[in-house]
Design a binder for this molecule. Structure first.
Ligand SMILES: [Fe+2]
Ligand SMILES: [Fe+2]
Length: 150
């Protein structure tokens, strides 16, 4: 599978979970917890395959390097917010606010990737390279998901 298709499919899945989570309220803590856990699992694995495979190859191209460094910093910010939300009870009055800020940050990051980084990647990689990167990321994703479920 093409690397950009794989990553964009992940983005679409997370955006849907984020929209679902924002519709919840403190009267459904279990639902909040399960949606958050799924977002965290998806984002953790997604960041891992991006940083270890896609970003790693892309940053070798001078035109793309700054976009990659910015992407890594945005991952760090998202990880920090997810870490806080994990420690917040779903019935806490701050849960909704933290979730919303997490959503804004993830959606901003997705816009940067899809709007700037992926178009740059399409210029510097040919379609064989994109397919090869997609294959490696797909394999790493399967392994990482399996180990998180174990
Ligand atoms: Fe991404
Ligand atoms: Fe990313």
């Amino acid at each position: 599978m093409n690397a950009i298709t794989l990553l964009t499919d992940d983005h679409d899945k997370v955006k849907k979970l984020l929209a679902d989570g924002e519709k919840t309220d403190a009267s459904s803590p279990d639902k909040r917890r399960s949606i958050f856990e799924e977002i965290k699992r998806e984002m953790t694995v997604h960041e891992q395959i991006e940083e270890q495979i896609f970003y790693k190859e892309l940053r070798e191209h001078p035109k793309a390097k700054d976009l990659v460094l910015e992407g890594i910093e945005e991952h760090n910010v998202v990880d920090t917010i997810m870490g806080e939300l994990e420690l917040t009870e779903p019935t806490d009055e701050y849960w909704g606010a933290k979730f919303k800020v997490m959503r804004e940050n993830i959606e901003h990051h997705i816009k940067d990737e899809e709007g700037e980084m992926f178009p740059t990647a399409r210029k510097v990689f040919d379609s064989d390279e994109l397919n090869e990167l997609g294959k490696r990321m797909g394999e790493m994703k399967q392994e990482a998901m399996a180990s998180l479920q174990a």
